[in-house]
Design a protein around this ligand. Sequence first.
Ligand code: ADP
Ligand code: MN
Ligand code: MN
Ligand code: MN
Ligand code: MN
Length: 380
Amino acid sequence: IVLSCMLYVCETPSDSVDMSFVPETMCLHRLARMPYLALPTVPHCQVTYIWISPCGKFPKGKTRTLDSEPQSVAGKNSLYTQPQGHGFHSKGFLWITLVPVRMFRDPFTRDPNKLVMCDALDLQGTPAQFHRRSECAKAMEEVKDQKPWFGFEQEFTLMALDQHPFGWRDDPYPTTPGVGEVGLEKIWGRDVSLSHYQACLYAGVKISGITNEGGPAQWEFQIGPCEGIELGDHAWTARYILFRVCEDFGVIPSFHPKLFDHPLWSSDGHMNFSTEAMRSPGGLTRIHAAIERLAQRHMEHVALYGDEHNNRKRMIGGSLSSAFDTFSWRTASRSVSVRIPGHVHSEGRGYLEDRRPPSDCDPYVVCQALVETCLPPPGG
Ligand code: ADP
Ligand code: MN
Ligand code: MN
Ligand code: MN
Ligand code: MN
């Protein structure tokens, strides 16, 4: 317990910090549960089903026991009906059927237990509200010969239980750390981010890295490259795992794209995109062609990517972000809608980075929009 509490102290270097919100009993609970989690439960298997909340912004989860370890998500008896809604208010009037689509290892209770990402249907068998996976999967199926790859950069801020960003509360912006800083006076929540990284790797989520971001307690993890529909499944599962890891540390992740009216503090959800042709020698010309198509449909993309009110505040132009209303692109620039990374320019092939999606975007929606605009059917 002392050790756990010391972890919190180490994470909170500023003297403006009020430690009264440190959930000490929670530290005790994390230790108390350990012998129970170590009990043998085989041949039973705990499967936690993950789906998207009715507002489309949060992952949800629910666990049940299977008689044996499932080998895949296939099979109709894996379907699971679930009341969907907020708390008591929705009791009984909105039911969805969960359709398992991708299986991961459970990093919390460990093998053989599983996390299973699900699509969701309403009782008529059509996609439930804010479940955009099946539409995205259809779009990916149509272009699968081009082998579309995606890489998602998920920015987020760690919040303390008192609604302040983790580790500070007085000044809304006590320091202006840059990306990649080290040092206790600049970095809040590294333990959380590292633990999430480990948990994702164990689970089999294709996490490709983490970065500490410009805001105190602001972080990023990267998912990918993933082919086609895979990206959304891995990104949503990584979000679920982050919420669970944060429970253990007594913090809450916020995916809000504009938590504060500070010009330097926004959270993005950059989506990197390529096809086999773009990745092949001379692929830069294909990347330019895709960017030309994106320029034609800028406002449609921005509308699909997220809430206009927040994103107008996030996309203000200037050195770090692009303008909401106008499309722009450039090599190695952060102030554009679409960036060609410097190394892609010099190698003449690779991928493009769509910098417009906010941190709370639905990756299924962003991936679908990118292939529909950039890879139209022949003659379309
Ligand atoms: P940034 O320089 O914008 O911060 P990051 O390193 O954070 O970039 O993220 C780059 C993302 O691009 C990663 O998610 C990575 O998996 C992804 N990526 C790398 N190569 C490709 C590719 N060929 N196609 C699509 N995504 C890619
Ligand atoms: Mn990044
Ligand atoms: Mn970033
Ligand atoms: Mn950013
Ligand atoms: Mn980026």
